[in-house]
Ligand binder design. Structure first.
Ligand code: PMP
Length: 277
């Protein structure tokens, strides 16, 4: 297995990270997870645009040109012979003796690894349950930072209660999942939280927006409440690793069940058509 460290593709066993990496001390860094279908990266430009945006928001400059980074990832994919899976790309601010105040002359550290694996067909078919709980994350959830404690803690709580994903809400307003965006369907209209600082603007969310348009469903990017969720006809979550997964049950802050509906199924079908190469 090969990994990318800075600008070198090396064996995983030979890849070492500095003790004073700011990613290690502060979670001071960003990442992307990109899906690979049939050996080809999916929505690659969109992921890199978001990566650049996260870097800009955190005042981190790329250590190499974007072209070099992309070339290295393509080489990594081919060296590991990834057919269907994901590539994880991370960039930390760099090496500096621990200090809250970051220096501006650091060299950011890029790392990437690949993972072979298919999309979770059984979850896509049968749906998952969500554990609803208060969103305790910071107020810049739009930045894809590796500092994910709020997400990590809510995911563990959901799993401990027997649920596959968390449904996060700030007060009554539903934001997103611990690693997914959330959609609700009511009277054939789709609703999802607007892309502001309360959520990560998911690449899959963007695609679902386009698919909804193509399938002639209207989509409202407006915040909805836990009460709205109780009245909804269908719910689903989206992410690079899950694609579109229906929600069949919610417990925790609210308790409700859903059957898997026609809008979700139609969008799942449209999604599969997009990724079939
Ligand atoms: N929200 C959060 C908090 C996430 O971590 C993720 C996936 N990393 C998503 C939404 C979904 O984003 P994407 O569709 O780009 O994978």
């Amino acid at each position: 297995e090969y990994v990318l460290l800075k600008n070198q593709i090396i064996h995983r066993e030979e890849a070492y990270i500095s003790f004073h990496d700011r990613g290690y001390h502060f979670g001071d860094g960003i990442y992307e997870v990109i899906r690979i279908y049939n050996g080809t990266p999916f929505l690659w430009e969109e992921h890199f645009n978001r990566f650049l945006r996260s870097a800009k928001e955190l005042d981190i400059d790329l250590p190499q040109s974007l072209g070099e980074i992309k070339d290295n990832i393509l080489t990594l994919l081919s060296k590991n012979d990834v057919r269907n899976g994901t590539v994880y790309l991370q960039m930390t601010r760099g090496e500096q003796e621990r200090n809250h105040l970051y220096r501006r002359d650091l060299t950011p550290i890029l790392t990437a690894f690949t993972k072979e694996g298919n999309v979770p067909i059984s979850q896509q078919e049968n749906g998952i349950g969500l554990w609803a709980l208060e969103d305790i994350r910071w107020l810049r959830c739009d930045i894809k930072t590796i500092n994910l404690l709020g997400n990590v803690m809510s995911k563990r709580k959901a799993e401990d209660q027997g649920y596959q994903e968390a449904l996060l809400h700030r007060g009554h307003i539903v934001t997103e999942g611990s690693s997914t965006n959330v959609f609700m369907v009511k009277n054939e209209i789709l609703y999802t939280h607007p892309a502001n600082h309360y959520i990560l603007n998911g690449i899959t969310r963007l695609l679902v927006e386009q698919l909804a348009d193509k399938e002639q469903f209207s989509l409202q990017k407006e915040a909805f409440t836990l009460e709205d969720v109780k009245q909804a006809d269908e719910m689903f979550v989206t992410s690079t690793t899950l694609e579109i997964v229906p929600v069949t049950k919610i417990q925790g802050s609210i308790e409700t069940n859903f059957s898997i509906g026609p809008v979700t199924r139609q969008l799942q079908q449209a999604f599969k058509q997009t990724t079939a190469v």
